[in-house]
Design a protein around this ligand. Sequence first.
Ligand code: 6R9
Length: 690
Amino acid sequence: SYLRHVDSRKLMPNGAGHIPHLKAVILGEALASEEDDLVLPSKEFSDQANVHSPEQYMEMYKRSIEDPDGFWSEIASQFYWKQKWGEKVCDENFDVRDGKIKIEWFKGGITNVCYNCLDRNIEAGLGDKVALYWEGNEPGLDGSLTYSQLLNQVCQVANYLKDIGVKKGDAVIVYLPMINELPITMLACARIGAVHSVVFAGFSAESLAQRITDCKPKAVITCNAVRRGTKPILLKDIVDAAINDSAKDPPSLDVCLVYDNPVALKREDTKWTQGRDIWWQDVIPKYPSTCPVEWVDAEDPLFLLYTSGSTGKPKGVLHTAGGYMVYTATTFKYAFDYKPSDIYWCTADCGWITGHSYVTYGPLLNGATVLVYEGAPNYPDAGRCWDIVDKYKVSIFYTAPTLVRSLMRDGEAYVTRYSRKSLRVLGSVGEPINPSAWRWFYNVVGDSRCPISDTWWQTETGGFMITPLPGAWAQKPGSATFPFFGIQPVIVDEKGVEIDGECSGYLCIKKSWPGAFRTLYGDHERYETTYFKPFAGYYFSGDGCRRDKDGYHWLTGRVDDVINVSGHRIGTAEVESALVSHPQCAEAAVVGVEHEVKGQGIYAFVTLVDSVPYSEDLRKDLILTVRKQIGAFAAPDKIHWAPGLPKTRSGKIMRRILRKIASRQLDELGDTSTLADPNVVKQLIEFSDS
Ligand code: 6R9
């Protein structure tokens, strides 16, 4: 039979024979390795869970694969559609060999994501429920908005945007810190069919300018300054520089809406461009607090979010309204076992995809209460997160392994000082979570009670792809476990051949899912080349993955030239091009190295122009150049002076060798005979500690 019914407490999802990556395992055998460490949800948890057993998961999963149209249209019907979609639920071409890649879900369906987040929930009686709690950087500064209040504010911003001429399909750049105005602005754009492009407020002026030039927004929305920890960050200055930079590339921008954040900077100290800049607080409250919805097609764009790839130019990942809405809402509900009484906190910034899908859209579509935290997670001390958890009775806490590891270093006392009794489900995202950090998160933070949803997904996927369903099965610390409904992960070898059973290789996805990105803004060809050409017939994730004997998935990191620093994606090419823009840098090659807290650190090999001597000042200057061009989070951890770089005879830099040198695995350099000049390697090793 499809499922072998044994005591559900002792069975893993079993799809052997039908779905090759799910294989049966009976628990209770001696632990031989990491793979055998199984952590089960308690019976109480499973009993109350949205999906409470492997059998229930398998039944739903099976249906989602065998009848995706039926599965997803049933879920989609729970949302409001002004007009139902046409005949096809999904229309896709997923194979480059059959022509242009096309993904469409619910095409012809007319809806609005903001309406579904707010108006629909208010009509269902949630008007007085808290939608957003806001906790400021300084303890004691806070606020909240109910669903009705949130709708009023969203409408005011939407009316303002319409008034300055923003229309359906126009881009709006949002460069805001984690204050309620950030989700408010996103929702306001969605309401009028405008396409928001949120830029993480840690990006430099040059990165912001690059994005402004690419998507030509009608307006930029920002804030004069923000304080994270003790440091004020002058966001408006960065925006000024970016607008100046991008003005060289017309059309220049004529509106900059600035939220006044007096805690960080006084109004009179904010630099101002008359005629272009306008204070949020001076205009927004004057607008009506109701605003009709702009109904859009399911396949109209909802937002653009730039992400790093393996070339220097960031990619504008485009998501559309209908499928993204259905997918983020559903993944949120199941992966976090969401219940209406939950208080949910995701520590991600809305500048990243996690903040889009799981601070703003996914939770609000479910009518959830979401906490937005402005500050740094270790300010004023390493106990702040748990202080906040107790203050708001947070029940679902979603964060990144890098934060877990850094808090782990600060010691248990900061955690155990707080009750944390409200916690029910924990979540992890951004990079593989190492088993020791997993266990600390589970045992210390969650008091060995709360399942951890280690969610694997990407900017491109819109929502969770491989994730535990916390009540359904045993977890393995460090494994993202099994696919979400409708997702068919496959592991392929270099030739693109699917491998079954216990194996490792490149992680691809077969067939589309509603939350998938539809294109790269303005560059559909790059979309096809990057994601669909490497392994024809599949979406290629760029990640490596191992599947163990029980069918669990273990993500092993990027296999392309992308480094994952504290869960932030950074292209090696971006850092290299910033370095070589320095007049004294002749050449640079960047690789990722293991880092205790950040997961990966940035290690840069730098060759200087002739006769320039190495110096500490120059090292600092190079790092500063990267901070200025990309952002502080992309600053190299190490500059390794390189008299030359190892290259093949055709001039390709051999990063494989550089990675080994960077991680001091000098006896694993491998074959260096194909190098144009094998001496280079010797020199590099000698220079390692200079
Ligand atoms: C959501 C997000 C995507 C890349 C992805 C992978 C890594 C994210 C992970 C994970 C292992 C997890 N990644 N979640 N690796 N386990 N649970 O982070 O999107 O910024 O686009 O990064 O992050 O390498 O390819 P994004």
